[in-house]
Design a protein around this ligand. Structure first.
Ligand SMILES: [Zn+2]
Length: 277
């Protein structure tokens, strides 16, 4: 952050707090008479705010956003190779390099899930007809039926562990997610489903990314997708490509739509988390 932008940034932070109960930890400012630029740029602060606006719009407005997320602090931190990390009320974005609007929504979806004791991702798993069974996944891998190397993810086409159960978690996703790999599980599924919902066909900062997630299944086997990954896309189309390429026809889109429109009751397991908005 440049010193000349400090007032602008201050106003932005106040806005984020007032509208969304989000506290961005400012790592810039005047320190002992010397300006500390910190890690945020003015453009990033704008991008961040816009992404939150989009997510809140999809949820039904700022009040709904605050109800769902319950307030959060955001900081930039060294979190290894990840782009972001989230727990209830706490989101971290990588201090290495910048972040995308997609990452912001993805991480806030985790914070949303976490605020409800990770029950939202369980509901998604059930709604879409999936289940998690490390035991069954172990059998699949042992029998050589997984699209991985034996017991570990591969680094070549047809070996990334995209098929149901062929991931570290033993997550057998149901219906058609926009993608899957070794790291996929119901929690990641929920976060990606929320980001897909926010971006899909809305002509916003997430829309191009959402589109790329789907069109790659129209590529030929051995082609490079928009994320520079070579895989057997035609083969995987049957798992991931929605009817007529229309993502709104997937159970995941429907689930998030039902969730934000209050058509899904969130079970209470006691504790301090609210059940229904
Ligand atoms: Zn994630």
């Amino acid at each position: 952050m440049d010193r000349s932008d400090s007032q602008y940034a201050q106003a932005k932070l106040a806005q984020l707090k007032g509208q969304y109960q989000i506290d961005v930890s400012a790592d810039w400012g005047d320190g002992e008479g010397e300006w500390k630029p910190g890690s945020w740029t003015r453009a990033e602060l704008d991008r961040f705010h816009s992404a939150i606006d989009l997510m809140a719009d999809a949820m039904g407005g700022p009040e709904a956003f605050v109800r769902h997320i319950g307030g959060a602090t955001v900081r930039k931190a060294d979190i290894g190779s990840h782009g972001g990390e989230a727990l209830a009320h706490r989101v971290s974005l990588s201090i290495k390099g910048s972040f995308s609007s997609w990452t912001v929504v993805h991480e806030f979806a985790h914070a949303w899930d976490a605020n409800y004791g990770w029950r939202l991702s369980k509901l998604l798993e059930k709604y879409t007809g999936g289940f998690t069974s490390p035991f069954l996944a172990g059998i699949l891998k042992a029998a050589g039926l997984a699209d991985t190397e034996r017991f570990r993810p591969g680094k070549r086409p047809g070996r990334y562990g995209r098929r149901p159960g062929c991931n570290r978690a033993g997550y057998f996703y149901g219906d058609r997610p926009s993608g899957s790999n070794w790291s996929f599980n119901r929690v990641e599924d929920f976060a990606e489903s929320v980001a897909m919902y926010v971006g899909w066909e809305r002509d916003n900062d997430l829309s191009q990314h959402a589109r790329k997630r789907i069109v790659r299944y129209q590529l030929k086997n051995g082609d490079k997708d928009p994320f520079n990954i070579i895989d057997n896309w035609t083969y995987y189309a049957q798992r991931f490509y929605p009817d007529n390429g229309d993502y709104t026809r997937t159970k995941r889109w429907q689930f998030v739509d039902d969730l934000v429109k209050g058509r899904i009751a969130i079970p209470d397991v006691g504790g301090r988390h609210p059940t229904r908005p």
